[in-house]
Design a protein around this ligand. Sequence first.
Ligand code: GDP
Length: 455
Amino acid sequence: MSTIAAISTAPGVGGIGIIRLSGEEAFVIIKKVFSPQNNSKIEGYKIKYGRIVNPKTKEIIDEVLVSFFKAPKSYTTEDMCEINSHGGNVIIQSILNVCLENGAVLAEPGEFTKRAFLGGRIDLAQAEAVVDIINAKTKAEAINSEKQLEGYLSKRIKEIRKILIELMVDIEASIDYPEYDVEEVTKEASGKSLKEALVLVKKLESTFEEGKIIKEGIRTAIVGTPNAGKSSLLNAILKEDRAIVTEIEGTTRDLIEEFVNIKGIPLKIVDTAGIRQSEDLIEQIGIKKSLKAINNSELVIAIFDSTKELSKEDLEILELVRNKNAIIVLNKEDLNNNIVETDKRILEMGKSIIKISALKNEGIEDIYKEIEKMFNLNEINVNDGEIVTNTRHKEHIRKSIELVEQALEEINNNMPIDVTSISIKQALEQLGKITGDSVSEDIIKEIFLKFCLGK
Ligand code: GDP
């Protein structure tokens, strides 16, 4: 395999930049371009100080530190070097170029991790966890993905596969060697193994909902009539949170979505541009806009000015959230003039009612507690790495459930065991696609193209 090189740090100016080299020729190439201060021989797990020099022009490119990792104990399982240079674009690019001129080829996105997979150091699910760690928008997702990189999810998959493989071995022995006295695989025995496997895959399936929450957050809409206090509440939430991720997917304000991480609970507040616009363009925020935000969300925070009688519009909002996961927030509690809390039309909604003062930042904590309760957030345990967040994994888990169920049905219908064995084999294949035990070259290629360069 060729020796690859790439810039592993993000583009832009920084304190240091890292250029990575991996492959059989990594140490040969580095020897050509690196002039260490101490000219001792190259060994693994050492860091050397020196200069990158263009061997042709003798030009000194930068003062660097080079770390050496010897195969097979490296990220890729191959010989590897990491050049730590100063963090300017020009310098980093020049170092990469000199490596390319001296025998390395430019790595494809994800190629370092792909080699770790092909080298057998990690399986496919672990490799995919690397992308999830890099792209994690919430702390919970990052922790879950770290655990998946350690192999927690793969271990679960392997346990399930083991049950099915053992069953297949028994079935095939009884089909292939009827002349030997192999105990015939009974309907009961295979039914028992299949049910055991089914419980375990279904347990993974049951984490999908949590997986969606930790990966994508809870899509939350803040709705209310003008002056109820929507933007004040949004500001109170944003102020509280120091780790905001703001996603700007387009150039217009309308496309702004805000990710708020409150004690590990990711809320994705939709249509914040609409809320903000209401400050200058009150007439724009009408029922129509609220309707869109409500339909788009998994949680609605409906906010009302507690010092004013419910208006016709307030009642329309109540109607819109009646069948939604909604929290009713009564704002401006600091004015001590709450005339809405006893309003029957609010009480009969049967929703949680939280009294706050967005202005004074009071009661916001109670909203969070309510959200925790509504979505069972306290029960989400990311430390086992068993929460399935990856869409590809979900698909294969779903298909394997269908196939195991199909096998069970075939057994119940007294179908010949070789028919059932086909369904079991297919279920095994689906699970194997998660860890990469049974997956095609094309899919592997596709998966690694999602990585960034240099990873
Ligand atoms: P929006 O139109 O729903 O976004 O409402 P705003 O957040 O812009 O608030 C409307 C007005 O109510 C502003 O003058 C705020 O200062 C005021 N306001 C918002 N929350 C409170 C609160 O908790 N107490 C008091 N006294 N005033 C508030």
